[in-house]
Design a protein around this ligand. Structure first.
Ligand code: SF4
Length: 377
């Protein structure tokens, strides 16, 4: 039986953040209707294959906006449909939608990991990002996570928001360390296409590459100095606390996505449900099948390219022997050039990015793709 990561997209938010390009709506949705549609989607997949669900991740949107009862019913449907005994069940949450009782109930129905969207622990940062929670509320919720018995949780942050300098970040990092979160994510602020912030600032940037590098350096040095491992470009964890679900994506393992806007990748297929709540629910209720669209059908070379792209996000990098076994290698000149610029290192049969290389991940991957040679011709 194939081991699969199950992703559930909850496309609902209390308020749309002006920098966010994830699919979510703030009005006109119903828990009951969404659950009916999901029930049908699960029944559809049950007829087509029989996965063993290794991890479950409710992402969004704001999954913590929904009631614990919604998930309790969903887990019941999943247990009756699949081999549903995940070792990790993560709920993405935002501070404004939580109180202690709700957290305790989420824990009691089976969630064992919370990924909390803190984004900033400064007033200035939260104001710039137009988040609706306060620093105090975020700190209170982090306290409650411990009270509610969530031994495993992650805090999400955004860095390089407009106005953040090294001193502000240094202070914030001190506070973050005092919270002893088992897992931390740090994402660089980006002006995403089609968002209100992108329209406001156009292509203007407020930080030079040098500044981003120094912010990133400060984050890495501070967190690694405190015992965190930077196991992925944006993710840090204490020993044994890596996100098992996301490792499925980074290691190009199969995942099934359910819900409006969810993406799946199994074997050579990648498909996506429409980013449209009404279309998703009405299609499932009327026809009993999800209205997905096939995004890609990979051949082996495309799979290898994805392995390189994803694998180089990880500290452990990519295995050269594995590439060779599949009939691929990089031109020696290309590797030499990257090494001479201190962008990659090679050790124990693996290639991985250096600190400098991580800042240029996309460009290095594109360069390696251009220098990928087939050895089996
Ligand atoms: S709460 Fe999260 S998903 Fe919702 S709009 Fe804000 S950033 Fe996007």
């Amino acid at each position: 039986m194939e081991k699969v990561a199950l992703y559930l997209h909850i496309p609902f938010c209390q308020k749309k953040c002006p920098y966010c390009n994830f699919y979510s709506i703030t009005r006109g949705f119903s828990e009951a209707l969404y659950l009916s549609a999901l029930r049908k989607e699960i029944a559809f997949w049950k007829e087509h294959f029989n996965p063993k669900i290794e991890t479950f991740y409710a992402g969004g949107g704001t999954p913590s906006l929904l009631s614990p009862g919604f998930y309790e019913t969903l887990f019941d449907i999943l247990s009756k449909s699949f081999d549903f005994t995940p070792v990790e069940l993560t709920l993405e949450a935002n501070p404004e939608s939580l109180d202690l009782e709700k957290l305790k109930t989420f824990r009691a129905i089976g969630f064992n990991r919370i990924s909390l969207g803190v984004q900033s622990l400064t007033k200035k940062g939260l104001k710039f990002l137009e988040r609706i929670h306060s620093v105090d509320k975020a700190l209170k919720v982090i306290d409650w996570l411990v009270t509610a018995n969530f031994e495993n949780f992650s805090l999400d942050f955004i860095y390089d928001w407009k106005g953040q300098g090294l001193k502000t970040l240094e202070k914030e990092l001190k506070l973050i360390l005092s919270l002893k979160a088992p897992h931390l994510s740090f994402y660089e602020f980006t002006l995403e296409e089609g968002t209100p912030m992108q329209r406001l600032y156009k292509k203007k940037t407020w930080s030079s590459e040098k500044k981003v590098e120094s912010l990133c350096r400060l984050i890495e040095d501070t967190l690694e100095g405190a015992g965190y491992e930077r196991y992925e470009i944006s993710n840090y964890a204490f020993s044994g606390k890596k996100c098992l679900h996301n490792l499925f994506y980074w290691k190009v393992k199969p995942y099934l996505g359910i819900g409006a806007g969810a993406v799946s990748r199994i074997d050579k297929y990648r498909w996506k449900n429409p980013e449209n709540y009404s279309l998703y629910t009405s299609h499932l209720i009327k026809k009993g099948s999800p209205p997905f669209e096939i995004l890609e059908i990979w051949n082996e070379k495309e799979w290898i390219k994805e392995y390189i792209f994803m694998g180089l996000r990880l500290k452990e990098g990519i295995k050269i022997v594995f590439l060779r076994k599949k009939g691929y290698s990089f031109s020696q000149n290309a590797l030499k050039l990257l090494k001479s610029h201190e962008l990659i290192e090679e050790e124990g049969g693996r290639i991985f990015l250096t600190f400098k290389g991580k800042l240029l991940h996309n460009r290095i991957v594109a360069f390696l793709w251009d220098n990928l040679e087939e050895t089996r011709k």
